[in-house]
Design a protein around this ligand. Structure first.
Ligand SMILES: [Zn+2]
Length: 304
């Protein structure tokens, strides 16, 4: 073995000084679970969500300002504006104003096409032209949609999460959205206090655990700063179903977790429109007041 010469060592020292610490890459994973009542979420066994909340910030007392239907709920969360701006007030997605208020992944692509974006859904209007969609535009780099109405939402969720895990482990997304649909169907079919609904939320938590593990298994994880946001579009009536303005339907949750969240306290008026704005901000996007977004940054700035 030959020892490095003084010249080689000197060059190495200069290079280290020039490069400094390796750059930390900011990344975002948004997990949307349809129709989860926070009071039921608190009752059931959800170790993955509990761990994210323990390491981050959680609010389960939020009153959504959107109609308690899926169309306006997901549109508000993913665009960062309320229905008076995006115009989706039911599960008919047309007319809409996504041209002015695109989903956060599309906005990211429009700002800088170098961002790598990924979305997977199993409720058709979110990703396809069904019912006047899609909410998530074709500008997103990789968009997968499984049709839960055809294959069932339990199977759709399994395929969605498996696809997302593969993508997170093997590709290099900057921002990703994963939709989990079955809890809303379970409540619809069996009731908002039913055993089936409880189990569906516990199973959604297993999916969340798989997604978090996929992020943490990335070979580059140590050089990355992942923000994980988890939220829901509306709650459920006791008998199942939603669309009204009862507390059971209107109460939703917001969860932010990751090194950039730390022990941050969420603002008192945190809401689902904050998901899009917080995700964009974490990725270094400066929110332009001319975009007229309603959401605000919730949960960043408290690194441990
Ligand atoms: Zn819904």
């Amino acid at each position: 073995m030959t020892r490095p010469t003084n010249v080689v060592c000197a060059i190495a020292v200069l290079l280290l000084a020039a490069c400094g610490e390796p750059r930390i890459e900011k990344k975002v994973l948004v997990i949307g679970i349809d129709g989860v009542r926070p009071d039921v979420l608190a009752e059931v066994h959800t170790p993955a969500i509990d761990a994210l909340a323990a390491e981050g910030a959680f609010d389960g007392r939020i009153q959504t300002k959107a109609q308690t239907r899926s169309g306006p709920g997901w549109s508000s969360m993913l665009t960062g504006v309320w229905p008076d701006k995006h115009r989706v007030t039911s599960n008919d997605f047309t007319p809409n104003n996504y041209a002015m208020y695109p989903d956060f992944l599309t906005r990211l692509e429009l700002i800088d096409g170098q961002f790598s974006t990924f979305a997977v859904v199993d409720w058709a209007p979110l990703g396809s032209e069904a019912s006047g969609g899609p909410l998530l535009s074709d500008t997103i780099d990789v968009k997968l949609d499984f049709d839960g109405n055809q294959i069932g939402y339990q199977e759709g969720d399994i395929r969605s999460v498996a696809a997302a895990v593969r993508f997170l482990e093997n590709q290099d997304p900057d921002a990703a959205f994963v939709y989990i649909g079955y809890p809303d169907v379970a409540a619809e079919d069996h009731g908002g206090r039913s055993q089936e609904y409880h189990l569906s939320i516990e199973n959604a938590d297993v999916h969340v655990g798989r997604l978090v593990a996929a992020v943490r298994n990335r070979p580059t994880y140590e050089r990355e700063d992942w923000l994980i946001l988890v939220s829901t579009d509306h709650g459920q009536r006791d008998e199942g179903g939603h669309g009204g303005d009862s507390p059971e339907e209107q109460t939703v949750f917001y969860l932010a977790s990751g090194p950039s969240v730390g022990e941050s306290a969420l603002p008192r008026d945190v809401n689902i429109v904050d998901v899009a704005v917080t995700a964009l901000t974490h990725l270094g996007i400066v929110i332009d007041p001319a975009w007229h977004l309603d959401g605000r940054v919730s949960g960043l700035g408290g690194a441990r």
